[in-house]
Design a protein around this ligand. Structure first.
Ligand SMILES: [Zn+2]
Length: 209
């Protein structure tokens, strides 16, 4: 199976939205929904991708802002999120005490849970719970790629200064579940460029000491 990955970033927060497609069947998912959802739907259209689901690494505003527009463009496909952040998507509950609630109310929400594979058409993802930036942070694994959201970045890690963050859990999760992956696993983060596990294990200043 060949699984091409395309990325678009919005101009305001530089948040990445990814299109992950099975080249054989054209089944695809979108991972995270940044502030310019038209960019990723255009990529999907150009590729002839059949988007089966939207997967969320977590629910900070910049990763879910485009959900309603994506749904308008793609139809009522499932939105998958970790249970501890599900109410943010379904009921518009605030993820952060520091920010107000977001007017996001969507149905057909499904669960991403560690130990359960998530299937979308012919694509199948392994789910790793990597909390700490937020309670329901997950990393999605498929075919040599890790989609780490705001847990792990090239040369950095996610913020953990919010009331519901947990800096120790963040680093423990990265060490136990991400740095134990093979060196050549490609890391696609919530912001910024791609990297590899081998490079981050050797060079990431937050993880090397
Ligand atoms: Zn973010």
């Amino acid at each position: 199976m060949t699984v091409p990955v395309e990325v678009t970033a919005d101009r305001r927060f530089g948040t990445n939205s990814y299109l992950v497609e099975d080249e054989d069947t054209h089944d695809a998912v979108i991972i995270d929904s940044n502030l310019e959802p038209d960019l990723i739907t255009e990529v999907a259209r150009e590729r002839g991708a059949n988007v089966k689901a939207i997967l969320l690494t977590h629910t900070d505003l910049d990763h879910i802002a485009g959900l309603h527009e994506l749904r308008d463009a793609l139809g009522p496909i499932p939105i998958a999120v970790h249970d501890s952040e599900r109410e943010v998507v379904e009921q518009g509950k605030a993820l952060r005490r520091e920010f107000g609630p977001i007017a996001t109310r969507l149905d057909n929400v499904t669960s991403l849970a560690e130990g359960e594979r998530y299937r979308a058409g012919s694509l199948e993802f392994e789910v790793l719970h990597t909390p700490g930036h937020s309670p329901g942070g997950v990393t999605l694994v498929i075919d040599g790629y890790l989609f780490t959201g705001d847990a792990l970045f090239a040369g950095s890690i996610g913020r953990s200064d919010f009331a519901n963050s947990d800096g120790r859990a963040l680093i423990e999760g990265i060490r136990a579940k991400l740095l134990t992956q093979p060196d050549d696993m490609i890391v696609y983060s919530g912001h910024g460029p791609a990297t590899t596990i081998g490079k981050e294990r050797r060079m990431n200043p937050f993880l090397t000491q």
